[in-house]
Design a protein around this ligand. Sequence first.
Ligand SMILES: [Zn+2]
Ligand SMILES: [Zn+2]
Length: 349
Amino acid sequence: MTQVTDHRGGVWSISVPLPGNPLGHTLVHLLETGRGPVLIDTGWDDPASWDALTAGITACGFAVADIHGVLLTHHHPDHHGLSAAVREASGAWIAMHAADAEVVRRTRQARPAAWRAQLAARLAAAGAPEEHLAPLRTARGGELPGQRAAVPDRHIAPGELLDLPGRRLRAVWTPGHTPGHVCLHLEEAHPGRAPGARGDEVGAGFGRLFSGDHLLPGISPHIGVYEGPDEAPADPLGDYLASLERVARLDPAEVLPAHQHPFTDAAGRARALLAHHEARLGGLVRLLAEPLTLWQLTVAMEWNRPWERIPYASRTIAVAEAEAHLRRLMVLGRAAAVPGSNPVTYRAV
Ligand SMILES: [Zn+2]
Ligand SMILES: [Zn+2]
């Protein structure tokens, strides 16, 4: 069943299923322009998802062959997965922020064995037990997620007004969830404000914001250490918190996120997420009253279920999330490594 919502003013959303994921679907947005429709994200690479996307484009009154371009909020496969298929079917260009395009290129070139060895070394340094490392050491062959993702044709520059005839769409760089995440601000009067239009659920601000995974109405997006070489340790949580402030200042009348449902009061939602992370950082400082390895800290943190019930792959993701919080505390001078400890332990200062 095709699920399409007409948001008016030449904006639609298409609900593209996300198989086997509790999120349920990705909301792909279609924006009509003077050169044909442009997609914001494309959805998960799966035959049923492709059928839903193409049926959705038809329900909006276009054909997939008409697609002029694809704008990606970020490189994750539930957003970028079908981009190659869309380009194949239409000749559309694909645009992404340079930092995420770099992740796509690196992932395509990665050798699975070397990638697993590197991850195992990092987890060992974090103090992970042998039972968590063993599956990485014994796995053979296979393909890494995103190894066949499309290489973008163009980069989206921060602050850029995109070249889309008849539309005012501006890129807002919002690193944190990924290093090159962007939100896209449609700097046009909200159609709910036009005289005689339905004025349902329109906030006080200006325009509409396609927020990707940066700002979701009921989920705090995963913030982990960025993939790839980290000679200069990045501070993804610091990036994310600054990006939340940036979006709060934009104050759009409505947010069109890539999961769940549209909402208003972007500033209120951003403040709630800022408070959530501040509370989480405070909880970590209390745990670090005694020295802990990154692994011990991860196990001690509060998750959405007891640690024993968290599946293997999610535990690795949890370590990345704990590390992002720990790096933030170290940048703030609220935690430090214990000199001489091996594996390295950290404590509050
Ligand atoms: Zn994502
Ligand atoms: Zn997503």
